[in-house]
Design a binder for this molecule. Sequence first.
Ligand SMILES: [Zn+2]
Length: 247
Amino acid sequence: MSTMAEAAFRQGLAGIAFTEHVEWVPEDGATGYLRPAAYFAELETLRVHYGNRFWLLAGAEVGNSHDYREEARGFLDAWPWDYVLGSAHWADELPVWEPVAFDEGLDSAIERYFRELAQLAELGEYDVLAHFDLVRRDAWSILGERLDLTPYSDLIHEALRVVVERGKGLEINTSALGQGLEEPLPGLEILRWYRELGGEILVFGSDAHHPEQLGRGFDQARSLALAAGFERLARFQGRRVVEWIPL
Ligand SMILES: [Zn+2]
């Protein structure tokens, strides 16, 4: 955590949210990985070290919380989280990042993913939905396919509408840019739909698993957000938006 914080600080970012993976699916490698006590102890040390020069948010990327509602609530209530990403890493009990998710064809994989996401959006525990069109990154990395999601507009709107109704947000996840895709997750079309539906809460996430990936593509994310009609980013603390940062 100290390596990541120092890399973000040196890059001139205003702060960082550590969004460690949290899962309950037994087959998922992230299940049982996070040790919250150790996590919060190190975070506290970093907060003392940086003082008010840099904010450090206690985040978590919680997978399929709609399938594990009690576990998710217990986990989130037990610790002072600032910011919770919600992810659908499993759809119909299939890992969306593995080839098996595409065994029945592209169309069925896309529909399965967005149906699961709509469930998560409606019933899950989260502040911001992570990598909204993750299936686009997986179709690219597994099949080398660039997806056109326009035909899935109805399904996608279903999920977006619930996000807006519940007062939740979207992340622009820039990890796909480092993998050869032209647009982050989601891209301009979905961002516009979210904005048209009244969506306001937007954050950037580099999904960095290594220090050199921190903040990658944020310039492009900013241009896209502006093009989609957004003027500001949300900053969370204690699982509420406490500040709006002009783009
Ligand atoms: Zn994820």
